[in-house]
Design a protein around this ligand. Sequence first.
Ligand code: SAM
Length: 298
Amino acid sequence: MAELHETDWGEERDYTLGSPQLQHVQLRSRIERDLTTLVEQLTARHGCCRALEVGAGHGTFTRALVSAGATVTVTEMSEPSVRVLKQAFAENPDVTVLYDPEGDLPAKLAADFELAVFVSVLHHIPNYVGVVRDVIDRMPDGAAFYSAQDPLFYSRLTRINAALSCVAYMLWRLGQGEIKRGLATRWRRLRGIYDETKSADMVEYHVIRQGVDEQALEQILCERFDDVRLWTYWSTQSGLLQRLGEQRAAGWASTFGLTAVNHRRQPVVPVRDPAHPGRSTKQKTSNSTELDPAVSVG
Ligand SMILES: C[S@@+](CC[C@H](N)C(=O)[O-])C[C@H]1O[C@@H](n2cnc3c(N)ncnc32)[C@H](O)[C@@H]1O
């Protein structure tokens, strides 16, 4: 898998191309704002914020985390990207970059971090639910989790959102050239044929399969965090369609993020609410020094 990532995410790769969260200033600024708010809240609570950023690419959001005052450990599956990151942050003692060809470092390291960050990464990980579970199981009390820029589970998209996402992608693809290759790949995918030796079929793993199951992730986060927010939004590569989709009235959504704060080492146990049999609420074990959900992002 690491070799396939390295084919796609080389040193020369322009990460902005095909990455709406880097291309469109509104999306990038929102993620930067969210991360800044989280780092500030966690620093106020713990006296420091050690952030674990999985799959940093060329470091756009690493810079936001560091500027907000975090010390950041990056794990990257692409060795060329590791080289770029090490060079970019060579002078910065607050950033440590680790090469992670197996993708197993986040779970091993999670106990030492107040914040775990996955921006545009979960859809690259075949077993993303297992990876997130392993990370959050080990995080310390009071920690936070943040993810953004993953495609919503396709089977839950409304027809209009599914069609819009598909059209927006195809229009962007046409603008990139390689039309013949794009159509051939599309035709293979429509027939459910995936080639494990091709980066086109393996790197964007859940983009080309079924999207990412936002509800499964929300559910496992709810077992560990007191306040979990799932936020959905529109994102696409095409600048014109991005602007159109952002019009409030449009109501388009293709993508999601998750923000979870107030981590508990002990899983949060759902209890029956006697006033509303059928409805369950969370059992809280403490109410001190919690992050204020009213100012948390999402
Ligand atoms: C779409 S890029 C996103 C980069 C960056 N987060 C951003 O938003 O600009 C995905 C990155 O995740 C890396 N990646 C994919 N799976 C990974 C894993 N399991 N562990 C660490 N890095 C991973 C890839 O090598 C690539 O650099």
